[in-house]
Design a protein around this ligand. Structure first.
Ligand code: SF4
Length: 353
């Protein structure tokens, strides 16, 4: 969990734009002023409880903001962006490719390639002239993600924070099969058993992860500099070095590389709301309300869509998941404006939480 204190406080109102990025591993919140300076951030683990993670992250950011801060807009992104959009009252809900690209362009003008490696997925985004022209994601192979590195660090008995520095001290990195997590792990154990040093094994793992990324996620893409490396794994200096050696180019790591999706969402919110615009933000108190998620399978046709519902005090305030739009009528509307929102739905209930 990270927070920073506001870098400045203006007299009068400090206009703030919030971005929330809900992923399967972490939930990140960023607060930007109207000049797009980051004034507060939070990074909390999602732990399968996205609503609690959103609330915890928002509380951290609220506590870090000066008293004269006023939220003018909110954007959400990540796999839980729709949920976050409802909980916070988002002005814009955007996919993570767009949010990451917007944030990278903000910090590195003219960026051509974004390497993003998070806890459970990795992606590459190709930009030309400030526009996303191509992208690819890996959500299947564990060997190309941060959780794989975490697991190997734990197996080696080292803290993930030490991992990169150990790799930098390697004199003769071992070659570890990185095509799949199972092979990589057994190969690493074998290399450990025959006496290779921790330094050479950690460097070998970084190189294996980079090869995995370049052969799977980045396959067929032209990786042109400037190259920005973001996501939690960008903290690992061994990974930065391994990418630079493999690509033959400098790899840039933005200061806020862990929360770039949230920063992108905040910038998009500012654009969406505009200088004088009105925000849908529920307020920090509204975010802390007692939200519940439930769902059901629609039996209206053979698609059997999984419909997700969000409830506040028994009222459905949002619903999504239908391919035909049948259940989307509650949409993103604000429950304060819709006290009589539907309280029951046909279909087969299957979950509550
Ligand atoms: S939501 Fe629409 S598409 Fe999905 S199962 Fe129901 S009727 Fe079919």
């Amino acid at each position: 969990m990270n927070t920073i204190k506001p870098v400045f406080a203006e007299s009068g109102t400090l206009e703030v734009f919030l971005g929330i990025d809900v992923g399967s591993v972490s939930t990140n919140v960023a607060a930007l002023d109207k000049h797009k300076n980051v004034i507060a951030e939070s990074y909390v683990l999602t732990r399968g409880r996205p609503i609690e993670a959103i609330q915890e992250g928002m509380q951290i950011v609220k506590d870090a903001l000066p008293v004269n801060a006023k939220v003018r807009g909110v954007g959400t992104t990540g796999s839980g962006r729709q949920l976050a959009g409802v909980v916070a009252g988002a002005d814009i809900v955007k996919n993570e490719i767009t949010a990451h690209a917007v944030a990278a362009l903000h910090f590195v003008e003219g960026v051509h390639t974004i390497i993003e490696i998070g806890g459970q997925d990795s992606k590459i985004i190709i930009l030309r002239h400030g526009v996303v022209t191509d992208f690819a994601m890996n959500t299947v192979c564990a060997a190309g993600t941060g959780s794989f590195l975490d697991r190997q660090a734990s197996r080696l008995g080292i803290r993930i924070e030490e991992f990169g520095n150990l790799a930098l001290r390697s004199k003769s990195p071992v070659r570890i099969a990185g095509r799949c997590a199972v092979f990589a792990e057994s190969d690493m154990i074998h290399k450990q058993q025959i006496g290779h040093s921790l330094e050479d094994i950690t460097k070998g793992l970084c190189q294996a992860l980079v090869r995995n990324y370049l052969n799977n996620v980045a396959k067929g893409k032209e990786i042109r500099p400037p190259i920005v490396f973001q996501g939690g794994v960008a903290s690992n200096v061994g990974m930065k070095q391994a990418f630079e050696e493999a690509l033959g180019h400098e790899v840039l790591i933005p200061k806020y590389h862990k929360v770039m999706g949230a920063i992108g969402a905040a910038i998009l919110a500012q654009d969406a709301v505009g200088e004088q615009g009105k925000t849908n933000f529920r307020g920090f108190d509204g975010v802390m309300r007692n939200y519940k998620t439930t769902g059901f399978e629609c039996d209206g046709c053979s698609n059997r869509c999984e419909i997700v519902e969000i409830l506040v005090e028994g009222n459905i305030v949002a619903r999504w998941g239908s391919r035909c739009g049948k259940w989307d009528n509650v949409g993103m509307q604000d429950d304060r404006d819709a006290p009589g929102a539907a309280k029951s739905r046909p279909g087969r209930a299957h979950a509550a939480g």
